[in-house]
Write a protein that binds this ligand. Structure first.
Ligand code: NAP
Length: 463
């Protein structure tokens, strides 16, 4: 490799890494995205990469048509997707990435098999990329369907783990056979199909609720498959980008599990949401539910010194981000200090609340992470919980038998008054009763978050 090319690759790797770094803050996330995308441009033209390396032998018309179709589908999808359907979209894109990586490696394997040109060293990355990419593809499709509400509940049967283990053993056995330099296309296709089935079997027993974690894990698989492809077609940029996606996806998976206080094995094999490890029903929770009307809630807010808003999944469902910003501005005009407490797994994907609030231009300095705000929650006059449930459930602290026991929460119950805005007494994602709703200092403002916020804004303005 020429030194100029080496420098280009280092520069590209730096752009990718900076891109990921910038993605970690809402302030810089957009630049991060642009930087990483910019990193791809020099690669298209670099001698080592597919486009120019293959000279003019490539079918450029077909490529341009493919790129245009991809661009159109991606742009239409990204513009039209609802915020609440974002996890599905990530699942779909991730699945396509995994499938593409598996196809690149498979076609290369079959081509070389035809030419009897397979050695162990080339077979290893090809089989790795095929196996990981195809199970990521089929697993992501199941994750997508579960998020769409199809067969959401964990599908388990006795001996399932044993059967899955057996399928995995057969796959690995076939890989071992193919690695020993056997250019056997039939064995390869059987391995490919079994890997697809294994992806389905791996995700089916996991509850729809755990899909964001599964998608993050499958995303890291897709990254690794792409890195494997990089070795197959000798493309350094794919190795760098794939490894970065693989490692960041793994870290994200672990961080999400940590924020829920559940080991990753519990997510993968615990069938969370199947109703098994249920806990105290409403009858077992001490206290009573005390409703409040918007007028009275508005008075509490308007005359508070410090208000903390805890947004959750319901805010995204109601698409009430602009209303919450308007209420915050209105209170700000009256000299009330308003902050937003962001739980790391509020909503249905990491950063969900940040993206939602950024859409309504809520100033970043009003956003506080859970660890930063919790120590001062007892100095909050009103904590306004909007469509959040599990992330403020004190059962995580108080109820040893609760499935969410040990999960870090926003200590909303420490505020002087808590106003919870939701439509009913329905449970949240974890399917468990929320002790906060029954506390002495809690009032329930029932209704759709958008309608309730509009009523609050009008009432605050009138005061
Ligand atoms: P949550 O526990 O799912 O609760 C959301 C609440 O919003 C529901 O109780 C629902 O009650 C209410 N709601 C729904 N639509 C509404 C509307 N239109 N107006 C007002 N309220 C509405 O949400 P969360 O507190 O944000 O917790 C997130 C959960 O997702 C956690 O359990 C977390 O572990 C899990 N999770 C998150 C991620 C992630 O990356 N963010 C990943 C994996 C798992 P009503 O039906 O009564 O209105």
């Amino acid at each position: 490799m020429s030194s100029t090319l080496a420098l280009i690759f280092i520069g590209v790797a730096v752009l990718f890494i900076l891109g990921i770094k910038f993605l970690s803050s809402p302030k810089t996330a957009r630049y991060g995205n642009l930087l990483a995308a910019a990193g791809m441009i020099p690669l298209l033209g670099s001698e080592e990469t597919s486009l120019l390396k293959h000279g003019w032998n490539l079918n450029y018309t077909l490529m341009v048509v493919g790129i245009l179709i991809g661009l159109a589908l991606g742009a239409v999808g990204a513009y039209s997707v609802k915020m609440t359907a974002m996890p599905q979209m990530v699942a779909a894109f991730n699945g396509l990435g995994g499938g593409a990586a598996a196809l690149v490696a498979s076609l290369e394997f079959l081509r070389r098999a035809q030419n009897h040109d397979i050695t162990t060293s080339v077979a290893v990355p090809m089989l790795f990329a095929t196996l990981i990419g195809s199970l990521s593809f089929s697993g992501s499709i199941i994750a997508f369907l579960k998020l769409e509400g199809k067969f959401e509940r964990p599908h388990t049967f006795p001996g399932q783990n044993f059967l899955n283990g057996l399928v995995l053993l057969v796959i690995l056995g076939l890989c071992g056979y193919l690695m020993s330099g056997q250019p056997n296309a039939t064995a390869f296709i059987v391995m490919f199909v079994l890997a697809l089935l294994f992806g389905i079997a791996m995700v089916m027993p996991i509850g729809g609720a755990d899909m964001p974690v599964v998608i993050s894990l499958l995303n890291s698989f897709t990254g690794l498959a792409v890195a494997g492809d990089g070795f197959v077609i000798n493309n350094l940029s794919m190795i760098v980008a794939g490894t970065l996606v693989g490692s960041s996806g793994t870290l994200l998976t672990l961080l999400m599990c940590k924020a829920m206080n559940r080991p990753v094995t519990n997510v993968l094999f615990g069938a969370f949401g199947s109703g098994g490890g249920g806990q105290a029903a409403a009858a077992g929770v001490a206290g009573t539910v005390k409703p409040i009307q918007a007028d009275e809630a508005a008075l509490l807010l308007a005359y508070a010194q410090r208000v903390v808003v805890v947004p959750g999944y319901g805010l995204a469902v109601a698409q009430a981000q602009h209303q919450v910003r308007e209420l915050s501005d209105e209170l700000g005009k009256r000299g009330v200090e308003v902050q937003f407490a962001i739980h790391p797994v509020a909503g249905r994907m990491p950063g969900h609340m940040n993206v939602l609030l950024a859409e309504a231009n809520v100033p970043y300095d009003q956003l506080q992470e859970m660890e930063a705000i919790n120590p001062s929650m007892d100095r909050v006059d009103v904590c306004l919980v909007i469509g959040a449930n599990d992330v403020v459930n004190p059962a995580a602290r108080e109820e040893k038998t609760s499935p969410i026991y040990g999960m870090p929460i926003i200590e909303a119950d420490h505020a002087k008054t808590v106003i919870v805005m939701k439509r009913s007494m329905a449970k949240g994602f974890a399917g468990i009763e929320n002790h906060l709703f029954y506390k002495d200092n809690t009032r329930m403002l029932f209704g759709d978050a958008k309608a309730s916020l509009n009523a609050l804004i009008a009432a605050v303005k009138a005061n």
